[in-house]
Design a protein around this ligand. Structure first.
Ligand SMILES: CC(C)(COP(=O)(O)OP(=O)(O)OC[C@H]1O[C@@H](n2cnc3c(N)ncnc32)[C@H](O)[C@@H]1OP(=O)(O)O)[C@@H](O)C(=O)NCCC(=O)NCCS
Length: 258
């Protein structure tokens, strides 16, 4: 599979140890992880060999972004768990993150998968927008401090709370959204993340505010999910605040996997 992004960046599978080593370097540049949190090149090799995915975005010969997924199994079904998505800062906001996800979807569909999952930090407004509003993932599971402490400055020392994104690759929700005809949604509840969150996390004077918001939103998600609600939409206002839209998710897939 070779896909050319509108910016001329090509997306294709990574196969060599050199390329996997480059993914380790990209992790350092994108997340600033310490050694203990870095995924080593051999795990990329294993992912590629055992039916996962390692896709790279190439500017010429240089890998400037990648997506990595591992095969997963739950309740009698196989799926792909996408563990990492990274684009170098100078290449962001040109649609590359989305293109990498679409390339993952294409490969997954070609190999018979119906579902891709990944986790994301609900405080990251940009990621939530990409996952829910642009790709059509839904969310109905919340995990408190999923990874334990993180060495990435992006986490700002907060617990690594994560939402699971479920991307039902063939669902009307996803195919409708990707073809520019989104299905209507009925919003029952909203959970908001203010744009000031990034600043709050990075400054020791305001970190407490970020933690309080994380706790309040955690409780709101857990309560909503306990009542059977699902994240089915996401919107941003002109100031940059992000809001999760929760409602019913009555797809056939829900029954098949519960
Ligand atoms: C997440 C990431 C891969 C996205 O890559 P990207 O190439 O910038 O993504 P895209 O250009 O496809 O999409 C960016 C979207 O976010 C929006 N966006 C940009 N900055 C934003 C911000 N500060 N707040 C909210 N949305 C923002 C853009 O408008 C765009 O949406 P649009 O398509 O509706 O216009 C990249 O930001 C990254 O590497 N981040 C650090 C690592 C990470 O968090 N990875 C994901 C979890 S594993």
């Amino acid at each position: 599979m070779n896909i050319q992004n509108e910016t001329g960046i090509e997306i294709r599978p990574l196969t060599t140890l050199e390329q996997f080593e480059r993914c380790v370097v990209l992790q350092l540049e994108v997340w600033g992880y310490s050694d203990g949190d870095l995924i080593p090149r051999r795990v990329f090799l294993v992912a590629q060999r055992i039916g996962g995915q390692v896709l790279g975005a190439f500017d010429g010969d240089t890998v400037i972004g990648f997506a990595m997924a591992l095969p997963g199994y739950r309740n009698g079904h196989s799926y792909l768990h996408s563990h990492m998505l990274a684009v170098l800062p100078q290449y962001r906001n040109a649609g590359l993150g989305r293109s990498l996800k679409l390339a993952q979807r294409e490969d997954a569909l070609a190999r018979g998968f119906d579902l891709m999952e990944w986790t994301f930090d609900p405080l990251e407004i940009k990621n939530a927008h990409l996952n829910v509003a642009r790709l059509g993932a839904i969310s109905r599971r919340y995990k408190t401090d999923f990874y334990g402490p993180s060495s990435s400055p992006l986490q700002g020392g907060l617990p690594t709370d994560r939402l699971y994104a479920e991307w039902w690759l063939r669902s009307p929700r996803v195919t409708g959204l990707l073809s520019g005809k989104p299905e209507p949604i009925q919003v029952v509840e909203r959970i908001t993340v203010p744009y000031t969150i990034y600043q709050w996390k990075q400054d020791s004077q305001t970190r407490l505010l970020a933690e309080q918001l994380q706790t309040a939103n955690r409780e709101a998600f857990e309560s909503a999910f306990d009542r059977g609600l699902t994240v089915v939409g996401y919107e941003r206002d002109t100031a940059g605040n992000g809001t999760f839209l929760l409602g019913a998710w009555n797809s056939e897939e829900q029954g098949a996997w519960s």
